[in-house]
Design a protein around this ligand. Structure first.
Ligand code: AMP
Length: 147
């Protein structure tokens, strides 16, 4: 079996992200691969099924979210020994940005959780599903149990 050379961990900072990060780290060690990390600040308006958009897209809000995300990404990266030039913080659609970063950096394995912030109603969460459909490399969906 060919070894992975560059693994990209996609994190949404949810409760299960440490478990997913540990799996990515194990895979990187086992494959002697480079490990990178990406977080995407979603730029869609926050919506409510009944009332439609409740917080319209707001540039300032995105800047604030990016600031908070930057700190969280730095924290998790330092816990995992991931250098600054291997950390990606993007703004946009998570599934497309994760795939774009993977494509642009010769990533051969993307690690996501089977579920994140978007609940357990689906077999796979929407981001995990989107990455799986659009990625040009292998994708490992770390099974998150609903308990
Ligand atoms: P979801 O499909 O949104 O429930 O999330 C599944 C997994 O996709 C999460 O466990 C993360 O690994 C990844 N993910 C979701 N949202 C983001 C995000 N905004 N940035 C980076 N990774 C994400």
């Amino acid at each position: 079996m060919e070894h992975y050379k560059h693994i990209l961990l996609a994190t949404d900072f949810s409760d299960c992200s440490t478990e997913i990060a540990n799996k990515a780290k194990q895979m990187a060690i086992a494959n002697n691969a480079q490990l990178s990390i990406v977080h995407v600040v979603d730029n869609l308006p926050i919506t409510d099924a009944t009332y439609g958009p409740i917080i319209p897209y707001d540039g300032d809000l995105s800047v604030q979210l990016m600031d908070v995300a930057k700190e969280r990404l730095a924290k998790i990266s330092s816990e995992m020994d991931i250098a600054e030039n291997r950390q990606w913080l993007e703004l946009g659609s998570p599934k497309f940005e994760i795939v774009r970063i993977a494509d642009e950096n010769d990533v051969d394995l993307i690690v996501v959780g089977s579920h994140g912030r978007h609940g357990f109603a689906l077999l796979l969460g929407s981001t995990a599903n989107g990455v799986l459909h659009h990625a040009h490399c292998d994708v490992l969906a770390v099974r998150i149990k609903d308990d």
